[in-house]
Design a protein around this ligand. Sequence first.
Ligand code: ACO
Length: 439
Amino acid sequence: MNASDKAPKSDAGKSAILDIAGKQITMPVRSGTVGPDVIDIGKVYANTGAFTYDPGFTSTANCSSKITFIDGDKGVLLYRGYPIEQLAEHSSHLEVCYLLLNGELPNQKQFEEFRGIVSRHTMVHEQMTRFYQGFRRDAHPMAVMCGSVGALSAFYHDSTDINDPRQRIIAAHRMIAKMPTMAAMAYKYSIGQPFIYPRNDLDYTANFLQMCFAVPCEPYSVNPILARALDRIFILHADHEQNASTSTVRLAGSSGANPFACIAAGIACLWGPAHGGANEAALKMLEEIGTVKNIKSHVEKVKDKNSGVRLMGFGHRVYKNYDPRAKVMQKTTHEVLKLLGVNDPLLEVAMELEQIALHDDFFIEKKLYPNVDFYSGIVLRALGFPVSMFTVLFAVARTVGWIAQWKEMIEDPEQKIGRPRQLYVGSGPRDYVQVDKRA
Ligand code: ACO
């Protein structure tokens, strides 16, 4: 039997007991394939009249999923069971898309078929070009992405019926195929160059590079080594279980909203500096530090709680060990800079900063390690992307994770509309007072 066919045990043979003011209720404990057990608190309110309280969902699983597994203490990341290091080394982003979406690696025939389908969906409706022209010339490309991806639902009505499995898969293929085209259009618009059409003879990431960097007036050939480096970056960012943007996509989708609108919601969430915006923030921080001699004073600022300064690209909600993606990213950064013959002083700053932080008690005690975004800015800049495009590139890569998680949720019989409760701390009931009688 294939490992992925093993259904998770629904019961760990254990239960948990909750005692509220002498009243006890027993809750089932569920086990996954690997990872911690979960206490099923679904009946706590019905049985006790009390809610549970967990801001930021630090102890709460919102769904069961077969897509991605993280062991934050050991620094392990698996897509459908496969370690991220192996996928980054041997696979391609498009193959990873197939894996995340379908659960298994494709055989040659399945891959060629998938490649053909994705290639044939890379163009966007021609009218979309006019939609782009409605944005201000200096708009941030993430602002353009939030609007334009949401607008896809206005152009592709025939794949918005979430109850039709065929439409769901067409929407998934469309998202994976069109996202690079739309990201490249956002970039071209921001620099005032004409949009470049996709080329279906190129691989997924090579095609993206040519849409970003080719111009109609001269030939452009993609450097295969740089395309491979970006492809690897896409693999590293393809999914990360129930992170903030993925949870946003699931929550938006739980109401039955169409997939394009849900992905637009995910893009909005990704934009924040605590999430996908961190690669932009990390590079800006390295630029501000500028040279190795300024590191010490920056680290002191970070350690001063009153400064409100964080070490961007460090720390993670789940990883309390080295982010396995950061290791691959660090290696890729060295490879790309060497290949391009670039001597970026910020790489020296980043490496020294990392070493200082890894040996400093403040960071050790708080288990703060570099995350995937610590090095990604340096390599993306070397590839020729402006800082404003960094989070857009993250969105291109994460699209498959979002759509695979959205599809899994819609197909989950346990799925319900997401509706958290609250601890109300506002005013108690009071009577309305006419305006002339108010103090
Ligand atoms: N620099 C300095 N201190 C930090 C950092 C940091 N980067 N991250 C966490 N801390 C400290 C907090 O001040 C807090 O200290 P305290 O206990 O004394 O109050 C403690 O560590 C715990 O921090 P929280 O914010 O509660 O941890 P949380 O799990 O909520 O935050 C997060 C995770 C948002 C990623 C945080 O580490 C952070 O802001 N990092 C910088 C931004 C970043 O790199 N984000 C990218 C995340 S990865 C991704 O999205 C691909």
